[in-house]
Design a protein around this ligand. Structure first.
Ligand code: HEC
Length: 305
């Protein structure tokens, strides 16, 4: 009896699931998807090719240095880079003395405590410090940015779909709102239309505005597009400084696996193939006649005896 009820309850569940599946599929086919405004105007990240792309990619150190320069001269006034220390810059080609100078001359001082009085104060950065936030805390950051919070950029290329290509597209994506944009999606006060941003209107004013905003020491022309590419490359590095090691380890593992596969195949050939696996064995009594027959059969099968 209990079994019967169990069966009945199961049957009801299956019927309900099947019913909702059929109706769901029916609605999916017959009703067109509702286009919301954000969907209609939002753009996918533009293509960006960096030297670090692909399974064997390596960072272009000069590009990373240019990107760092853009961070230093433009972005650092609003965005922190709290997971990166000044001394990490040695990995992108600055020497120890240069790193010391960069830390020493950083425009934002790092929070500290007066060793005599215990009062909170600030001091110049040293290579072991992480890139400081320009604001004392979140409230201060929001107060300075019309209540929007500039996120820490250390991991931003990992945190957004599209990664570096998204950052590049966002920075070069400020536009006048199109004429057919509905009134409630138009940028409000202190917002800027940017179809790459999730809800189309971003609180960050366009940070890269004109060619020559930074001047590159290596002679690269600092167009807005170039600066955006360089900072996107730099932020790829901040999010994954060990990318090259990972690529190298991956390549070494692949080579090892190919080698091991070849070795295993050769061992198989040597030990099993045409040998033990095909060898004919005696089933009857172990008398000379039987043994003779076995050897004969093995010779015919081409088995090395
Ligand atoms: C004047 C201050 C200011 C400057 C300078 C600035 N930003 Fe921003 N940024 C903001 C604010 C504020 C936000 C938050 C926007 C929002 O939530 O609408 C933001 C958000 C971002 C985001 C996140 C967007 C998202 O998907 O959430 C990225 C990436 C970014 N900024 C990159 C940069 C880069 C790179 C630079 C330098 C080239 C830069 N910013 C310079 C204020 C600034």
């Amino acid at each position: 009896m209990v079994r019967f009820f169990g069966f009945l309850v199961g049957l009801v569940f299956v019927a309900v699931a099947a019913w909702s599946l059929v109706w769901g599929a029916f609605a999916f086919v017959t009703q067109p998807r509702e286009e919301n405004v954000v969907h209609a105007f939002h753009q996918e990240p533009r293509a960006l090719h960096l030297a670090s792309d692909g399974p064997l990619g390596k960072y272009d150190r000069r590009q990373l240095q240019r990107g760092f320069q853009v961070y230093k001269e433009v972005c650092s006034s609003c965005h922190s880079l709290s997971l990166v220390a000044f001394r990490n810059l040695e990995e992108i080609g600055y020497n120890e003395a240069e790193v010391k100078a960069i830390a020493n001359q950083w425009q934002i001082e790092v929070p500290d405590v007066d060793p005599k009085t215990g009062e909170a104060n600030t001091r110049k950065a040293i290579p072991a410090d992480h890139f400081p936030s320009p604001y004392p805390n979140e409230v201060g950051a929001r107060a300075a940015n019309n209540n929007a919070l500039p996120p820490d950029l250390s991991l931003i290329t990992k945190a957004r779909e599209g990664g570096a290509a998204y950052v590049y597209s966002l920075l070069t994506g400020y536009r006048d709102p199109p004429a057919n944009l509905p009134a409630d999606s138009r940028p409000g006060p202190n917002l800027h239309y940017n179809p790459w941003f999730a809800n189309l209107n971003i609180a960050m004013p366009p940070p890269l505005r004109s060619e020559g905003q930074v001047s590159y020491a290596d002679g690269t022309k600092p167009t807005v597009d170039q600066m955006a590419k360089d900072i996107a490359a730099f932020l790829t590095w901040t999010a994954e400084p060990r990318l090259e090691n990972r690529h190298r380890a991956g390549l070494a593992s692949l080579i090892f696996l190919i080698f091991a596969t070849v070795l295993a195949y050769m061992a198989y050939q040597n030990i099993w193939h045409g040998g033990a696996s095909r060898r004919v064995r005696i089933t009857g009594p172990l008398d000379p006649e039987n043994m003779e027959r076995r050897d004969e059969a093995n010779r015919e099968a081409g088995v090395n005896l």
